[in-house]
Every structure is written in C-alpha cells, then in structure tokens.
Design a protein around this ligand. Sequence first.
Ligand code: 2AM
Length: 482
Amino acid sequence: MATADIGLIGLAVMGQNLILNMNDHGFVVCAYNRTQAKVDHFLANEAKDTQIIGATSIEDLCSKLKRPRKVMMLVKAGSAVDSFIDQLLPFLEQGDIIIDGGNSHFPDSVRRAKTLAEKGILFVGSGVSGGEEGARFGPSLMPGGNPQAWPFIKPIFQAIAAKAPDGAPCCDWVGEEGSGHYVKMVHNGIEYGDMQLICEVYQIMKEGLGMSSDEMADTFEEWNKGKLDSFLIEITRDILRFKDEDGTALVEKIRDTAGQKGTGKWTGIDSLDRGIPVSLIGEAVYARCLSSLKDERTRASKILVGPTSQTAVDKSEFLDALGEALYAAKIVSYAQGFMLMRQAASDYGWNLNFAGIALMWRGGCIIRSAFLGKIKDAYTVNPSLENLLFDPFFTEATATAQSAWRKVIAMAVTQGIPTPALSTSLNFYDGLRHEMLPANLLQAQRDYFGAHTYELLSNPGTHIHTNWTGKGGNVSSTNYDA
Ligand code: 2AM
C-alpha cells in the first residue's frame, strides 16, 4: 500500500539522520539500502517506535510511495547514483521525483537532470550541508533541478531544514539542472576561504602581537558579538580556550599540515575554467598545499631569511583594525563567490536565486553567519545585482574598513607574516576599482612577440597589429595563444 511520503535510499549516517529528521516532522519515510541488513538494523534500533517503514527491494520501495513518488538518495557519489537511477526507472511513472542528496559533482547532476527530463522524471540535485548533526536536527539544503519538482518536495525540505534566527528555513529553490550541487560546491569553497582568513588572523595575533591563546579567545569572543558573528568565529574561540591535560592550549600541539577532500579545489578549478577571479578561495587551497609541505618548510625556515626589525603597534588599536580587515576580506570572498555563481548561471542558462542562496547558508552549515543576512538583503533589493560590492551596504562597509585593512596587511608584510588570503582580498578590491589596469602593456607584449593584436581604447572591437621592431612581417597570429 502506498503510505510513505518519501523514500530514502542509503542508510549511512547522513541518510539515517535525515530520515529521523523527516520522521520528527511528521513525514512517513520508507528506508532502503543496498545492504538489506542495514535496513533491518535501522528499523530495530534507531527507527524503533517511529513511523518509519522499510523496503526489501527497489520495487517494494516504489510500491510504498504516494504519488508523485519522491525518492531521495544519500549514497556514495559517482556510479552508485547512476546505478540506483537505472534500478528505479522501471518502477517510476511520469512526474515522479528522484532527489540526489549526496556529494555529487555538479556536471553529473546536469547530465542526470537532462536525461531524466527526457523520460518525464523530475530530477533534483540537492546540496546538503551541516554534517551529521545538521542532517539530524536541521541542515542547510540547496535543492536545484527540475523546477516542477519543487512544490512537491518544498514542504518536506523546508520543514527539516535549519532555521535562521528569524525563523526562515535555510532551504529554498536554487535553480535549474545541477545548480543545487554547484552552489554546494561554491559553499564549500567559501568555507575554505573563511577558515583560511581566520587562520591568518590567528597567526598575526600570535606572531605579530605575541598574544596568548586565552587573549586570542577573548578577542574572538568579542568579535562574535558584533558584525563578525558566525559559527567559525565561535568555534575558533572555543578551540583557542581548550586546554590539554597539562593545562596548555591543545591547538598549539597540533601538526600544522592541512588536509583537504577536494571541494575547495573544485571551486578553484571551476573559477579558472570560467575566467572568474575567485582568488581568495584559490589562495585558501594553495595555503593548505603549502602547509602540507612541512618537511620542505622546516628546511626553508633554516635557510631563507625574513625581516629582522619589528614594527611597534598599539595592540588594542591594532586588534580593532584586524577585525575590520577580516570583515572586509570576507566581503570580498563572498563577492567573488557570487561572481562565480553569476557566471555559471549565465553559462548554463540557470535562473539562480541569489537571495535564497544567502538565506540557505544563513543557518545549518559551517559558514553560517549574521553577515549572510546582509547579502540576502542586497539580492532581495536587487536580484540582478552585478557585484555584491556595488550594493550600498557593502560599498560603505569596505570603504570604512579599507584603511584598517591596508594597515593590517602592511604590518604583516613588514613583519614577514604570510597572509595570502587577506592580501589577495585587498589586491582584488584594488584591481576591481581600477578603471585602468596594466593589461594595455600586456597586450602590447603579446602583440610584440606573438602578433596577437590589440584593441585601442578609442576603438574597441577592432583588432590591430603593430610591427614593433620594424623587422618581420605584419601578419597577425591566430593560432598561438599566450
Ligand atoms: P551499503 O550500506 O550497501 O554499503 C554510503 O556509503 C551509502 O552509499 C551506503 O548506504 C552504501 O550502501 C551506499 N553505496 C556505496 N556504494 C554503493 C554502490 N556501488 N551501490 C549501491 N550503494 C552504494
């Protein structure tokens, strides 16, 4: 009998927790897993005394779902998703919905959305963020795909999603095809950026200002009460306060080599493919790469020379400046992330819901922060905002922060403290606000050695070649790109 509101395939922790979350909100879920024993175990334990039911096969699962059927998968990204789609198809009808809530790479979701649309099946690829805890008590959900699916899944998705402090669900429709997984990828890239910025600020506090872990924790605690209020600032405060058994800060004993699973790297690669300067995420990925060259750095630390003199700074004044610099850099990072999503929307013909995206990240996920409320406001007022930095609030915020931002980076550079993400944020800001960049010289160089041609400021669109040396021919290059 068709009694379940939704079917869920994949009973690893994320899948189980999402099922329990849906059950808490009154939805009947039918659970299925490749390894049947996990279904039996789940029903007899975690799902005991709930409305949750189980299925013994894909056919059994589909027979238990109300129409249009909604089947959500939380299985390993890649071939397992395609395999389940193939297994489901014989038992689905036109208008049924398949949701992939796993960590799929977005081009796969673009492909699946297209193929399934041809068969009359509505595909949704949803970013799910917030880890196991989020899945159980309120994740950030980023669903994109066939828009016809949204009205049917909206009640379930918005019920189980995290809620922003004003009560709004951290889930809205993202856009078409693979846009849900795309936005999740950018979210992860931004997470890399936010974390790296905080780490650079920590190094400045420790090395540049000689602060103790407790003093640093106090500063993060203060910052968390103002415009920097966010999950990452909050956990940084707690980490800095955490003492090992010997009473000293545990964080100082941790080997300084960062791992990565690759989603930040995907954002960086995608930005290069699209020609959008998402430099802060790029630097955040490279910073992890440099950190993992621990042995080489250890050797370099004994060979390469840094500055010897120290600049004297007023600590409390400088800490205020540091907070401003962090805030400005974060604005630039989000501006870059939204530039990238805007370009992807244009490349794929997606109607991305930018205000909704900011709202979805407002709670439930690692990058949740008060600041995202301001981004939501900016895109609500102007959904086709060209650049986040053009919104009056952010124009003003960067203008106010800029002298402090410059002071902090100048101090770090003078003292030899690495600040790749903080520095690139200011470089980007200065680059963006220059009507004239030195690419005129670059074009001349390219034309000089490769006859690549250039345009004149006074006549864009017309390509000219100059014989710079008086030697060689006047032929321009069409097949060599430098
Ligand atoms: P399993 O319990 O049968 O291993 C996370 O690994 C989830 O993805 C689990 O539910 C797991 O099922 C499922 N999974 C991983 N690889 C799979 C595959 N190739 N085919 C089907 N399910 C798979």
